[in-house]
Design a protein around this ligand. Structure first.
Ligand code: UDX
Ligand code: ADP
Length: 480
């Protein structure tokens, strides 16, 4: 029986291993983590991450061929294939600070694998890492190998949160990169056999190590670039009276461009896009390609511009001050159907409003108060460390109130900001919300999900990203 062990029971490791266990009953899958609370949660009825469909998969396999444990060393030593899916934060200090990946956790995992191994192993890079990480890991493993053969593969994950299970069941492609030696090719075959249990052969792409690593960064950079492109257009739409939904519909109809990832928004978030582009930028700089680095940097700059623009729009339309005003924040997660708040645009928008002394009342169906307070207190890039190593958040911010209901959040508010496209925000009783708000009542829709015409009929002043502006907003232009 093939044994797989995955180091890191996070958003990638947990769902990916659960699906491998479900689709490959012949394989024993162990997921290990240094975080006791995370493993306890994976073994309980309340899983540590919210992901539609995940509970069902875990329930079917847990205790049969899927195990969650903190016994990292034992399970790694017994495995034939070791996936590594640990944190890869952006460095905050030293060489490459603010751009390069901090491989501390990866390196310590690699050293541990070398220490405890007694048999040959395939080590699979699963967390997104800078190109040539595999080479560094290979060096650590081989210099400490005691005669054991380690084959390193890059098998980047392309799942998107909120649709992870669907993405894993039916991936567009599975990418496996390995060494072009006979041993490397054999290792690729072994991993290909795992995926071949449910993924059609023509969707399993095998490449060399560097291509696999770079493809992951490139795919995320291209996706993020589409969003920054449409967000850049949204600013121009507001200035000209064009409607960004009409523009992206028309643009996306071109089969060469396609309709996906063209929704204008308050900005992209999530654990991957910014981090991967920063990595890409750093790699370009290190390889003497400043023009290429600057090209990709611009994708992040537009994303930051979009968040700032949103905050400016709110403040300027409310007579240039939100000081002491209650603003309801609907949605804090970086997208719908997840409780994940990593790099969520809500953090920067809330910080911007707090900077102007607003009083925030926040509601998200999946994010709790502790997480929100921690996110708002945390420094940039600190989020991507194992929880027990994250800085403790100081006392909670008093201007922030977290509630468990939209109507409580919006009561007596001057304005409402929609920052996550949760379905429930599309069908709220907006008349009731309006009746209980201060007047003039504002709605700032950062996800373009509300029916603006209906809300205007009720009496709201509505701002939607990239849509023709209300007269009120035209009269109160945002200062850049
Ligand atoms: C992304 C990649 O899609 C996935 O392949 C990779 O493995 C990890 O990074 P994820 O971050 O989970 O996945 O979510 P994604 O659906 O890509 O959304 C990222 C951000 O872009 C979200 O904040 C989302 O709201 C935003 N977005 C997405 C837009 O603003 N507009 C769009 O049209 C699409
Ligand atoms: P991702 O979104 O890439 O899955 P997460 O941050 O959700 O990232 O998960 C990474 C997990 O890896 C965390 O639960 C963390 O505790 C775990 N981890 C980090 N370093 C190690 C290590 N050396 N051994 C075991 N687990 C680790």
């Amino acid at each position: 029986m093939v044994k797989i062990c995955c180091i890191g029971a996070g958003y990638v490791g947990g769902p990916t291993m659960a699906v491998i266990a479900l689709k490959c009953p012949e394989i024993e899958v162990a997921v290990v983590d240094i975080s006791v609370s995370r493993i306890t949660a994976w073994n309980s009825d309340v899983l540590p991450i919210y992901e539609p469909g995940l509970d069902e998969v875990v329930k079917k396999c847990r205790g049969k061929n899927l195990f969650f444990s903190t016994d990292v060393e034992k399970l790694v030593s017994e495995a034939d294939i070791v996936f590594v899916s640990v944190n890869t934060p952006t460095k905050t200090q030293g060489l490459g600070a603010g751009k390069a990946a901090d491989l501390t956790y990866w390196e310590s995992a690699a050293r541990m694998i070398a220490d405890v191994s007694k048999s040959n192993k395939i080590v699979v890079e699963k967390s997104t890492v800078p190109v040539k990480t595999a080479e560094a890991i290979e060096k650590i493993l081989n210099h400490n190998s005691k005669g054991i053969d380690f084959q390193i593969l890059s098998n980047p994950e392309f799942l998107a949160e909120g649709t992870a299970i669907q993405d894993l069941f039916n991936p567009d492609r599975v990418l496996i990169g390995g060494r072009e030696t006979p041993e490397g090719q054999k290792a690729i075959e072994a991993l290909r056999d795992v995926y071949a249990n449910w993924v059609p052969a023509d969707r399993i792409i095998c490449t060399n190590l560097w291509s696999a690593e770079l493809s992951k960064l490139a795919a995320n950079a291209f996706l993020a670039q589409r969003i920054s492109s449409v967000n850049a257009m949204s600013a121009l739409c507001e200035a000209t009276g064009a409607d960004v939904s009409q523009v992206s519909h028309a643009v996306g109809k071109d089969t060469r461009i396609g309709p996906k990832f063209l929704n204008a928004s308050v900005g992209f978030g999530g654990s991957c896009f910014q981090k991967d582009i920063l990595n890409l930028v750093y790699i370009c700089e290190c390889n003497g390609l400043p023009e290429v680095a600057n090209y990709w940097k611009q994708v992040i700059k537009i994303n930051d511009y979009q968040k700032t623009r949103f905050v400016n729009r709110i403040v300027s339309s409310m007579f240039n001050t939100v000081s002491g005003k209650k603003i309801a924040i609907l949605g804090f997660a970086f997208k719908k159907d997840t409780g994940d708040t990593r790099e969520t645009p809500a953090i920067d928008v809330c910080k911007g409003l707090l900077g102007d002394k607003a009083l925030l009342s926040i509601y998200d169906p999946q994010v709790n108060e502790e997480q929100i307070q921690r996110d708002l207190a945390m420094k940039k890039f600190d989020w991507d460390h194992p929880v027990h190593l994250q800085p403790m958040s100081p006392t909670s911010i008093k201007q922030v109130n977290v509630v468990w209901d939209t109507y409580a959040a919006t009561k007596d508010a001057h304005g409402v900001c929609i920052l996550t496209e949760w379905d429930e925000f599309k069908t709220l009783d907006y008349q009731r919300i309006y009746d209980n708000m201060r007047k003039p009542a504002f709605i700032f829709d950062g996800r373009n999900i509300v029916d603006e015409a209906k809300l205007r009929e009720i009496g709201f002043i509505v701002y939607s990203i990239g849509k023709p502006l209300d007269q009120w907003l035209k009269d109160m232009p945002a200062v850049a």
